[in-house]
Write a protein that binds this ligand. Structure first.
Ligand code: FAD
Length: 284
């Protein structure tokens, strides 16, 4: 069981627990992007096991009346072992999701994985495009801190899927990235402007930053393009519920036995989260 200290950021260890959390947030009009925690597998068994759990999760979501989709890390599906392994496992999930009308997001990891991730996204988004007949579709994340992303965003404009725009969570080398946070924020604003102007909807705004949130609302008012906000479980949830009164909002909801390193990242990224964790440990 997840200790109470971690359950602000992680919904539980089992599919039943995560679906229960999804039900709770759905009641307040926030939809869910469910992520089974796991990454950087260098052997096939955990890859197979996580892919099987995703297929079963997709079936559970389809059989429920829940508003939820899934999001997967390439290295969880074996990208560190080989691109062929990643493609094979991803396709098995996308196929099941297409049959059941459940949307599949592909998270973006560090810059060494960008080409393999975008290529797989583009191929499956085109191959499994169902012309909007169900909730099914494929989406990918792009990171504003990478210099290459402007070109990628132009390339992805006519792919029939969704794109989640984020600042980027990985420490990247200066040779390929804007390492200054303000520059990454400005890039994200510029990329969003391009997308709202040129994309036919399908824009995910993955940020808790008030500057980015306001910018997205202004762009939506200017261009009328469809978009959704995406934020993490346990981060600015009050804002998520407020925004959901007017806009489409998704909460990224992680679960699973491998929660410790994810919880550690959330706690260390902000002083407030560290204080929250210490208060929980000390019982006050
Ligand atoms: P930050 O730059 O961290 O903060 C800017 C401002 O936002 C702060 O000054 C504060 O005003 C506000 N803020 C931020 N956090 C808090 C908080 N906890 N409480 C109160 N105020 C806060 N990255 C990837 O590289 N690949 C992915 O696939 C990916 N997927 C993501 C999916 C989702 C749904 C989200 C939300 C993020 C994802 N990220 C991903 C992470 C992303 O790249 C950023 O690292 C992360 O979102 C932090 O940037 P930010 O824009 O939220 O705000």
């Amino acid at each position: 069981m997840i200790p109470p200290i971690a359950n602000r950021f992680v919904a539980g260890e089992t599919p039943a627990e995560v679906l229960e959390h999804v039900r709770t947030i759905n009641q307040r009009d926030v939809k869910a992007i469910v992520n089974l925690l796991g990454e950087h597998y260098d052997e096939r068994p955990p890859v197979r096991s996580d892919a099987a759990e995703y297929r079963s999760l997709v079936e559970d979501v389809a059989e429920s009346d829940l508003e939820a989709c899934v999001s997967i890390k390439p290295s969880q599906l074996g990208l560190d072992i080989g691109e062929d392994v990643f493609r094979e496992e991803l396709e098995s999930i996308v196929e099941t999701a297409a049959e059941h009308g459940v949307f599949v997001w592909i998270d973006m990891e560090d810059h060494t994985t960008t080409d393999a991730t975008l290529d797989a996204y583009e191929e499956f988004a085109r191959e499994y495009d169902d012309d909007g007949g169900s909730d099914f579709g494929v989406g990918v994340c792009v990171q504003a801190n990478l210099e290459r992303t402007r070109d990628d965003v132009e390339r992805l404009a006519d792919v029939p899927g969704k794109v989640r725009f984020v600042k980027g969570a990985y420490d990247e080398p200066e040779a390929v990235a804007y390492t200054d946070r303000e520059r990454a924020t400005q890039e994200l604003k510029d990329l969003l402007e391009y997308a709202f102007e040129h994309y036919d909807g399908g824009i995910g705004v993955g940020s808790h930053d008030p500057e980015i949130i306001d910018h997205a609302i202004e762009l939506h008012e200017e261009y009328g393009t469809d978009f959704e906000f995406q934020m993490l479980m346990g981060v600015r949830e009050d804002v998520q519920y407020d925004l959901a009164e007017e806009y489409e909002v998704y909460q990224y909801v992680p679960y699973g036995g491998r929660w410790l390193s994810y919880f550690y990242r959330r706690v260390m990224e902000r002083k407030e989260n560290l204080r929250f964790a210490l208060r929980a440990v000390l019982g006050r």
